[in-house]
Design a protein around this ligand. Structure first.
Ligand SMILES: Cc1cc2nc3c(=O)[nH]c(=O)nc-3n(C[C@H](O)[C@H](O)[C@H](O)COP(=O)(O)OP(=O)(O)OC[C@H]3O[C@@H](n4cnc5c(N)ncnc54)[C@H](O)[C@@H]3O)c2cc1C
Length: 310
């Protein structure tokens, strides 16, 4: 019986995909099944409204060890569409499973719907300048970025959990060592307020200005690509944009940032955008809710002082 399938190694993202799956279910009445790789995730997703949760047991955390199992499961159960969280690992799994299934794969979709026995998706192209609509025949795989859909409530239902004992694990890849990425401060992707700095800042010592403003408004510090990749003033996980992080803060304050599309695509979902730049024609002002045309070396200390007084 064809079904809608969901997979993410991150159970928060899986619950977001569950919302997308439930929307699809309304138009086809297919069941919504989730693949989980931990007991905790399986419990949470069964409670969040999945009809069935397939819990893979006996796998390693390495996608090579379970992409084949997912492929077999999807074939056996005749999946019609498979929604996969577009995390680094999710994209890896999606590509492997699509190749094994010989199925079409759309990446980073923002919407997904059934249209005439096929799947129609939309996603951004050219750094967000255009929306691309694609139609994929079934079975289809679609990766969806984190936070595209709201999380399904963990009390939405009580689905069945089916344990799948994996015995034919691919042992060609083994984990010999794990080196966690050490992050300084919070993850900017989930920050509520962000102070972002661009190449308008002339030297690294002046980062103090940025730090003081961030401290005054309780914000995380982020930057444009050049500040991290070229100048190395901030780590790479701090830059925002098409090849960096996508952020969704309540408040984004950008200073000395021209607002090229590759950066702006990463702040599109910020609620309030404030821009400070000397060039009144800088494209950042087209994206901004509030713009201050001025020298950041004059404006930022005034703003910081005003916020500190509050
Ligand atoms: C394939 C590709 C992917 C890319 N991905 C990303 C990405 O993910 N993220 C990203 O950020 N970029 C990305 N880029 C780079 C992007 O195109 C821009 O070059 C970059 O965003 C510009 O950074 P910036 O605004 O800091 O610098 P600039 O464009 O040099 O702008 C500096 C701004 O500072 C202003 N300024 C100067 N002095 C002052 C002052 N004293 N006070 C106030 N304002 C001042 C100037 O008027 C100017 O507007 C990518 C590029 C390519 C080709």
């Amino acid at each position: 019986m064809p079904g809608i399938w969901i997979y993410s190694e991150d159970s928060t993202v899986a619950r977001q995909l569950l919302t997308a799956g439930q929307e699809l279910k309304k138009t086809t009445d297919q069941s919504v099944n989730v693949i989980a790789i931990t007991d905790e995730a399986a419990q949470s997703l069964a409670g969040a409204g999945a009809d069935k949760v397939y819990l893979l047991k006996g796998i390693s955390a390495w996608p090579e060890s379970y992409a084949g199992v997912i492929d077999e499961l999807l074939k056996k159960e005749q999946a019609s569409v498979v929604l996969i969280g577009a995390t680094l690992r999710g994209k890896d799994v999606a590509a492997k499973v699509a190749a094994k299934l010989q199925a079409g794969l759309v990446t980073d979709a923002l919407t997904v719907q059934f249209v005439n026995d096929a799947i129609e998706t939309t996603r951004l192209m050219y750094g967000g300048l255009a929306i691309c609509t694609e139609v994929v025949s079934l079975p289809a795989l679609v990766t969806i970025p984190p936070r595209t859909f709201a999380e399904a409530s963990e009390t939405a239902g009580q689905g069945e959990i089916i344990t799948v004992e994996v015995t034919n694990e691919d042992s060609r890849v083994v984990i010999s060592n794990v080196c966690p990425i050490v992050r300084e401060g919070a993850d900017i992707a989930t920050a509520n307020r962000i102070v972002c700095v661009g190449r308008g800042l002339s030297k690294q010592e002046d980062m103090k200005l940025v730090e003081e403003l961030a401290a005054a408004c309780g914000a995380e510090i982020a930057c444009t690509r050049g500040i991290s990749e070229d100048y190395h003033w901030l780590p790479n996980d701090r830059y925002i944009g098409i090849s960096g992080q996508k952020v969704k803060p309540e408040l984004y304050i950008g200073m000395g940032i021209s607002g090229q599309v590759q950066h702006v695509v990463g702040i599109r979902d910020a609620k309030i955008i404030v821009a400070i730049d000397t060039n009144e024609k800088a494209p950042i002002f087209e994206a901004a809710d509030y713009g201050i045309v001025g020298d950041l070396y004059e404006v930022v200390p005034l703003l910081t002082a005003a916020l500190q007084k509050k």
